[in-house]
Design a protein. Structure first.
Length: 576
């Protein structure tokens, strides 16, 4: 009886054999041999009694039969593998393929090419799946299972072919970056697409645009560009592997936020976060290097008119590299105040806005059809019911759009984006208050802003507000500090400081005229002199060791940049 796992035992014609897929054709040869081999074998069997086994004719038949078998086996193996399976598995084991992928991935991470890295990873996964499919085919019995394995292998080969074509196109664009004119043209076209959202006499800032930023990173970090080589040397020199930074607090909220920042830092590149530096990097040194690299890029490609856009893109490229140590230090310095702020927010959310000296005109009830407002009681009623406490009086509507925008402040990586987040939240707050009072947003003065901001801060989700403000103040430029955005940052810091120091007794007092209120905050009218340029902004004086370390780090950076200029001039002279 014929086995269900074996091919039919009847003789097949050459046309039927050629119509089989490569796997079945090879198995058919193993059982029956080719037509020419069968004929020669029959002739050999018929003449076996006449010819001794050591005769030349018998040995020639055996040689031709073995050659036919080797050719068929080699052809079947070639058909099975295909030329789109990739070189990683064409020779060597799966471990060799993984090692080669890790080597390519390290290079692509250094060049900030997440698009290529994603495709390379997907292709490596497909190659491993193809390798396991072939191993399963070799170990499984013949029959119906072969059809499913053939279909799976064909599908994997098609995916590998498509990914290979995409990778070839991206690698061609990557190789085109060797030409400086190509890089200059792409940079100019990229910078012209930046959408400005804030500008004044000193600064100009465009919104975060992930696609444009990824393209900028790939152009600037190209190993064929001078700025790319400088960035690579700077990262290797100032961010080299060393003992980890100070451990962060054991608060679950702190661990979650810090882990989110580290994951956000490593997600765009698809790999592990960068190794910690030798010591906590100096914010001043980082800002100096950003200014230097921005001016270098503008001079290299004659893009001086786009210097503000280049500076902001460079900060969005470089600052995430120093986020982990600086953020950990800010967390440890402000952990106690952040926990106190969260505790204060919980009970202050039940207080009416008049307790914070908010003008009643700006906190009218929600109008029909305005979905941008949300009731503060809706945020607290479920908590009261779970605790078994009686429901308190519902506070007036809170500008939910402003509260949501303000909640993004603690999750951003770049101080410029944090300032833009504050700017957007205060714009939404002005619009909501003006709509409630039926006035123009410009009619809302500075004295009314801080109570409104306190009210929104209480209802916003700010897990690490003090640490985020500390982090932003370290890495803000002088122009940003003296701008309207710096004024809003000072107002936000005053608002969270008031929330931390608020008590039930102080909430009953009314604002005192002048610079300082009975609530304990400084009015924006007195702070406006600070940020108008007539006075220096408040700065926290560093301790002696930190100041000495910052000076040494800046001297080290100056020496590093001087060596880079000398080497570049030498290379240019030798090239010419």
């Amino acid at each position: 009886m014929e086995s269900p796992h074996m091919l039919p035992t009847r003789a097949l014609s050459d046309l039927e054999v050629k119509s089989m897929n490569p796997a079945k054709r090879f198995l058919h040869w193993l059982q029956h041999g080719s037509s020419s081999a069968r004929g020669e074998q029959q002739q050999l069997d018929g003449d076996a009694s006449l010819e001794p086994q050591h005769s030349p004719r018998y040995c020639g038949l055996l040689t031709r039969t073995a050659g036919t078998a080797a050719q068929l086996a080699e052809g079947a193996q070639t058909d099975w593998r295909g030329h789109h399976a990739g070189p990683a598995l064409a020779c060597g084991s799966a471990d060799d393929a993984i090692a080669r992928f890790e080597q390519r991935a390290a290079q692509l991470r250094a060049e900030h090419r997440p698009d290529l890295l994603r495709l390379e990873r997907t292709l490596a996964q497909l190659q491993l799946a193809l390798h396991s499919t072939r191993e399963e085919r070799e170990q499984s019995p013949l029959g119906s299972e072969m059809d499913s394995l053939d279909r799976r292998e064909a599908c994997l080969l098609r995916h590998c072919e498509r990914l290979s074509l995409q990778l070839d196109a991206l690698h061609a664009k990557r190789l085109a970056l060797k030409d400086g004119r190509v890089r200059a043209a792409r940079l100019r076209a990229l910078l012209e697409r930046c959408r400005c959202v804030y500008h004044d006499a000193q600064i100009q800032m465009h919104a975060p645009q992930p696609e444009l930023q990824a393209e900028f990173d790939a152009l600037v970090c190209s190993p064929h560009a001078r700025e790319g080589r400088l960035l690579s040397r700077w990262a290797a020199h100032f961010l080299a592997a060393a003992p980890p930074p100070h451990p962060r607090p054991h608060s679950p909220a702190a661990d979650g936020a810090a882990g989110g920042r580290n994951r956000a830092l490593s997600a765009p590149l698809g790999g592990e976060p960068p190794p910690p530096p030798h010591a906590e990097p100096s914010a001043a040194v980082t800002l100096d290097f950003i200014e230097y690299i921005s001016r270098l890029i503008a001079a290299q490609y004659s893009l001086q008119r786009y210097l503000p856009q280049i500076s902001l893109c460079a900060s969005r490229l470089l600052l995430p590299m120093v986020v982990p140590p600086l953020w950990q230090a800010a967390l440890s310095r402000n952990a106690r105040r952040d926990r106190h702020l969260a505790a204060q927010q919980r009970w202050l959310r039940a207080m009416p806005p008049k307790s914070f000296a908010v003008d009643p005109r700006f906190c009218a009830d929600e109008r029909p059809g305005e979905a941008a407002q949300v009731s503060g009681a809706a945020l607290l009623s479920s908590r009261w019911e779970r605790r078994g406490e009686p429901r308190r009086a519902a506070p007036t509507q809170v500008p939910a759009a402003a509260a949501r925008a303000l909640g993004d402040f603690c999750y951003l990586l770049v101080p410029a984006d944090m300032l833009l987040c504050l700017y957007r939240a205060i714009q939404l707050l002005h619009s909501a208050a003006a709509r409630a009072a039926s006035i123009e947003p410009q009619a809302i003065g500075a004295d009314a802003l801080l109570p409104l901001l306190v009210w929104v801060v209480i209802h916003a989700e700010l897990p690490h507000a003090f640490a985020a403000v500390d982090f932003a103040k370290q890495l803000c430029t002088r122009e940003q500090t003296f701008s309207e955005l710096g004024y809003y940052l000072a107002c936000f810091e005053a608002a969270i400081a008031f929330v931390v120091g608020a008590t039930e007794a102080s909430l009953g007092a009314e604002a005192a005229p002048g610079g300082t209120s009975s609530f304990g905050w400084t009015h924006p009218s007195s702070r406006s002199r600070t940020f108008s340029g007539t006075a220096d902004p408040p700065v926290t004086p560093p301790d002696g060791a930190a100041a000495v370390g910052a000076v040494e780090a800046r001297e080290q950076l100056a020496s590093f940049l001087h060596e880079e200029r000398v080497v570049d001039e030498l290379v240019a002279s030798l090239t010419l």
